[in-house]
Ligand binder design. Structure first.
Ligand SMILES: NC(=O)c1ccc[n+]([C@@H]2O[C@H](COP(=O)([O-])OP(=O)(O)OC[C@H]3O[C@@H](n4cnc5c(N)ncnc54)[C@H](OP(=O)(O)O)[C@@H]3O)[C@@H](O)[C@H]2O)c1
Length: 344
């Protein structure tokens, strides 16, 4: 198999660190690996398995000789540097929201819409983490039952806000247990006016609000990205909540389908869905919880039950490590799929 020259942009971040692990653990074929971050991290040593890397500062010329770059350093960084990478002949797989709704850019979850990769023009967008795990769990059900509407509430981990989000939960938990007032600096959203404690709390705000419609940007990402990935006009209604969990997003998902729900078929489809772990056995209290699956790449589905009042309604509880399936693993899986399709 051809080996590629690879770069990770944002290699010192929460997603970037998992990206490095995924490249090794899922055997992404690389000849060389360049770790890029800001000037703050320049020269930092990163050791993985028996290999040592020195972090380089991201510049306009970082992509000379690079075949594929995984971007996870924020939307403004992708906006500025992806064009330089494309110019240098490098294919970019981008974790930020910057390119996701661009009609020229494929937005891909491999088990749902890998076919879209063939139309890429140098950049492929990795969807929002909450959207990835939801569409991955629902894709087989959509193919068979034809989903018309989704109502979803999320319970999102602090690592969704990066290293700073995790540090905030640790620090505030210690402050509360020491009898001090917790100090909020980052959550719910670094760029908003107010910050609230996440320790021992839930915050019904992830990302900034769109004041015209009353939804947060995270909620609107679920609405718009789901339509683009499924390539149909599914009506999505989302409420996104940050909870004091370190890692792993959970979602209560309710779907309404065109065909009536047949529970035997639902369980058969979920049991055979690629990348989905049906983890559902009420007699033995088996259901997914975020802290059971840290570091794994699957989407775990449980509490699957038909609506008591609607033959076309179904409830599911969907859990995934969002740093993996919602970010690093999905990106590396896109790269592997592109190699398989001869696009890299
Ligand atoms: N966290 C998640 O669950 C998740 C899921 C899906 C997508 N994403 C997206 O992935 C991106 C990264 O998120 P994260 O959670 O990993 O954030 P993070 O932990 O804050 O890491 C940010 C990374 O970007 C680098 N960076 C910041 N400014 C830079 C600059 N001017 N030039 C080069 N590198 C720079 C940082 O380098 P330094 O260490 O040198 O500052 C660090 O490596 C964001 O766009 C986020 O929306 C995150």
């Amino acid at each position: 198999m051809k080996k590629l020259n690879v770069a990770i942009v944002g290699a010192t971040g929460a997603v970037g660190e998992e990206m490095l692990r995924c490249i090794y653990e899922f055997n992404f074929p690389f000849e060389s690996l360049k770790l890029l971050a800001s000037s703050r991290s320049k020269g930092k040593e990163v050791v993985f398995k028996e290999d040592t890397y020195i972090v380089e500062e991201l510049t306009e010329t970082s992509f000379e000789g690079v075949d594929v770059a995984f971007f996870a350093a924020g939307g403004s960084i992708s906006a500025k540097f992806v064009p330089f990478a494309i110019e240098a002949g490098c294919v970019c797989i981008d974790n930020t929201s910057h390119f996701r709704m661009d009609p020229e850019v494929p937005l891909v979850v491999p088990e749902v819409n890998a076919y879209a990769l063939k139309d890429h023009k140098g950049v492929i967008a990795n969807p929002n983490c909450t959207t990835i795990q939801m569409v991955s769990a629902l894709t087989q059900l959509n193919d068979y039952f034809d989903i018309e509407r989704i109502i979803v509430s999320t319970y999102q981990a602090v690592s969704g806000a990066g290293v700073a989000g995790m540090e905030e939960l640790y620090r505030q938990s210690r402050e509360v247990l020491d009898g001090q007032e917790p100090v909020a600096k980052t959550l719910p959203c670094g760029s908003d006016k107010k910050h609230f404690p996440i320790a021992f709390n839930c915050i019904p705000q992830v990302d900034m609000f769109d004041l015209d419609c009353g939804y947060s940007k995270e909620e609107l990402k679920m609405v718009n990205e789901t339509k683009k990935i499924f390539n149909k006009d599914i009506k999505v209604n989302a409420t996104c909540v940050r909870v004091p969990v370190l890692r792993g997003h959970s979602e209560s998902v309710y779907i309404e389908t065109k065909k009536p729900i047949d529970m035997d078929k639902v369980m058969e489809l979920l049991g055979n869905s690629h990348g989905v772990d049906l983890y559902d056995d009420l007699t033995n209290q088996i259901y997914p919880m975020a802290n059971l699956f840290i570091g794994d790449e699957l989407v775990h589905v449980g509490r699957v039950r038909k609506d008591l009042h609607n033959d076309h309604g179904l409830n599911l509880w969907v859990v995934a490590d969002q740093l993996m399936k919602g970010a690093a693993y999905n990106s590396v899986d896109i790269g592997l799929k592109m190699i398989e399709m001869d696009l890299l």
